[in-house]
Design a protein around this ligand. Sequence first.
Ligand code: 5GP
Ligand code: ZN
Length: 112
Amino acid sequence: MSDCLFCRIVAAEIPADVVRETEHTIAFRDIAPHAPVHVLVVPREHHRDVAELAAHADLLQAVIAEAAAVAVQEGLTDGWRLLFNTGHDAGQTVFHVHAHVLGGEPLGALRG
Ligand code: 5GP
Ligand code: ZN
């Protein structure tokens, strides 16, 4: 999907601050962080949102496992938040599924 921003990051056509990579996923820092640590974990394969990803159990598991690995790597020993915005009402702006990993300070109310 050449018109998809995160497909273009996966393809290294657009630069990103990559923190972890696996065969099936890539994790990179959010360009407009909402917390001291704000990393996005995406499957390399294009799926629009977590509802669609739910049909691909292995890939969903890989994304969540990578989110947990990011939290360890970033030293988020006091806790962290995992968040998938899904659709208009959640404010999803990039329609290539991504897990937000947020932490590094008390996070307060739900946000992404
Ligand atoms: P959403 O609102 O769809 O859940 O989250 C999309 C996220 O992608 C936002 O937090 C936004 O800051 C981030 N983002 C948008 N464009 C870019 C980009 O070009 N590079 C990076 N690293 N993050 C981006
Ligand atoms: Zn995509």
